[in-house]
Design a protein around this ligand. Structure first.
Ligand SMILES: NC(=O)c1ccc[n+]([C@@H]2O[C@H](COP(=O)([O-])OP(=O)(O)OC[C@H]3O[C@@H](n4cnc5c(N)ncnc54)[C@H](O)[C@@H]3O)[C@@H](O)[C@H]2O)c1
Ligand SMILES: O=c1ccn([C@@H]2O[C@H](COP(=O)(O)OP(=O)(O)O[C@H]3O[C@H](CO)[C@@H](O)[C@H](O)[C@H]3O)[C@@H](O)[C@H]2O)c(=O)[nH]1
Length: 463
């Protein structure tokens, strides 16, 4: 099928590349010319395992094009994905201005056969109908520009724009760091809308994925496809993220109690996770959740509830537990070093999770800010950020090129991101290079006994 994906961030680029890889004819549109240039040269503007390979295979098969030409994209696609960002406004509300710009742009350029406009961005409940309205506005705007010069009556002279379309909500559940894998191996596909034709086209589009033709385990039953109304589809996305974030806040709260009573939260998580009603995923206690989605999506749902006069108490509690949790490493550093002024703290990892270069709402950023406030010097080593350096605009932190340089002269290390590489560092050597060999393991990632043998005073979270 002919597909146009508008917005080539994590979601748009992975979606576009994966759909091209499974045989669709895809054009990816972005208004950032630099990004388009980079993608045209076969390079991915983001670090995401497996993405460059998928992009390259799609480029080689001629199934993918990159462009900043929205009209060309709209003309090309039978299915038009909106995949631009929906960042948070200061009050927690979702900023939908990029979605609005794209929807208007689609309307202004619609002319021709039937199109399905798909909201893949995470958008507030009700946005499906709103997008429809904006597209219609765009069509009306264009129509005005088409009135022939000298036309006296709009009704008389208005040319026909053939613009039949439906809007579908198709929320995205991929995780950064495993986005390509998640796209080919989804737990479910959610389609919201009331047009049989549009839903039928979406099912055709995803058929190879539903039938697990590109899955790691092709013997599994087909991927469940949930067809529902627009608002429920939009709500599913927010509810899924809010539930997962709450689950993490819950285990973090349990970890803080474990710290006080002398229990080990990793054992507790194992013990409760074996209950199939609870499940063992998202029970990793640590320094709190971050990233481009959980914080903004939970806040947006709280804001929506607020708009309807409902106080989302549980979600607000999940957020406040998380805000406190992000400072837990600071508290533990103060317990170990007492005074932080003048001390040097090294951060192992900067990104909000491993296998991504994304620093959006990363717990490391708050730690850097707070350590600076308390007069500590902050250094960091991150397998990806150390390579890409200051392009990320970090301030208040010296980014080192390897873990041993990081350890040199530090008074403590904090493991912030559980990069796999951090399991095989020479911790014995690192401990010797430090002023004080203190290790705050913000992800309970390291083996406490190994750390003690390496010469560290080891401090985990709830263990
Ligand atoms: N990042 C994730 O893991 C993830 C997962 C699921 C859902 N989502 C949701 O998907 C949406 C996109 O997220 P993201 O992280 O990929 O965003 P992003 O910020 O990484 O990328 C957005 C892209 O859209 C482009 N853009 C903005 N305005 C445009 C316009 N008018 N025309 C063309 N391109 C335009 C930007 O240049 C950028 O490349 C958000 O709503 C997000 O909540 C994200
Ligand atoms: O047991 C856990 C699991 C995760 N985290 C933290 O939670 C945050 C989010 O992690 P993860 O969910 O793995 O990454 P994202 O890429 O942000 O993915 C989430 O957000 C996406 C955007 O909406 C959704 O599509 C995904 O389904 C959803 O998992 C990160 O800071 C993790 O360190 C924990 O602290 N403990």
């Amino acid at each position: 099928m002919r597909v146009c994906v508008i917005g080539t961030g994590y979601v748009g680029l992975v979606t576009g590349a994966c759909l091209a890889h499974i045989g669709h004819d895809v054009i990816c549109i972005d208004n950032n010319e630099e990004k388009v240039k980079l993608m045209k040269s076969g390079q991915s503007p983001i670090f995401e395992p497996g993405l460059s390979e998928i992009m390259q295979s799609a480029i080689n098969s001629g199934n993918i094009q990159f462009s900043s030409d929205l009209p060309a994209g709209v003309a090309h696609g039978e299915i038009l994905f909106i995949a631009v960002g929906t960042p948070p406004l200061p009050n927690g509300e979702s900023d939908t201005r990029y979605v609005e710009a794209v929807a208007r742009g689609i309307g202004e350029n619609l002319n021709g056969g039937y199109k399905v406009i798909v909201n893949k961005s995470t958008v507030p409940i009700g946005s499906g109908d709103w997008v429809r309205m904006i597209v219609l506005d765009g069509i009306a705007e264009r129509q005005k520009t088409l009135i022939p010069a000298g036309g006296s009556s709009v009704e008389e002279k208005l040319p026909e724009i053939s613009a039949q379309f439906d809007v579908v909500s198709n929320p995205e559940f991929l995780r950064e760091g495993s986005a390509v894998y998640d796209t080919f191996n989804p737990d479910r596909i959610v389609l919201g809308g009331n047009s049989l034709q549009a839903i039928g086209m979406m099912k055709d589009l995803y058929a190879p994925i539903v039938e697990r033709k590109f899955a790691a385990d092709q013997s599994l039953p087909p991927v469940p496809v949930l067809v529902t109304d627009l608002s429920s589809a939009e709500m599913i996305k927010y509810a899924a993220n809010a539930f997962l974030a709450t689950k993490i806040s819950f285990i973090n709260e349990v970890a803080n109690i474990c710290d006080r009573v002398g229990a080990d939260v990793t054992q507790v998580a194992k013990g409760i996770g074996l209950d199939s009603r609870i499940g063992n995923k998202f029970l990793q206690a640590g320094i709190g959740w971050g990233g481009s989605c959980f914080p903004k999506d939970v806040s947006a749902l709280i804001h929506t509830a607020d708009d309807y006069g409902y106080e989302a108490q549980l979600m607000k509690a999940a957020v406040s537990v998380n805000e406190r949790q992000r400072l837990i490493a600071l508290e533990k550093l103060q317990q170990a070093l007492k005074i932080l002024k003048g001390k040097t703290v090294g951060l192992l990892g900067l990104t909000f999770k491993p296998d991504t270069d994304d620093l959006r709402d990363a717990p490391a950023l708050i730690l850097i800010e707070q350590l600076n406030r308390l007069g500590a010097k902050v250094k960091a080593y991150d397998p990806i950020i150390s390579q890409t350096g200051m392009r990320h605009g970090l301030s208040g932190v010296l980014v080192e090129t390897d873990a041993e340089r990081l350890a040199d002269s530090c008074d403590a290390l904090v493991l912030v991101t559980e990069w796999q590489q951090f399991s095989t560092l020479d911790y014995g050597k690192m401990a010797k290079l430090m002023n004080h060999a203190v290790m705050i393991d913000g992800r309970n990632f390291l083996d406490p006994e190994v750390m003690v043998r390496a010469g560290f005073q080891y401090v985990g979270v709830g263990r």
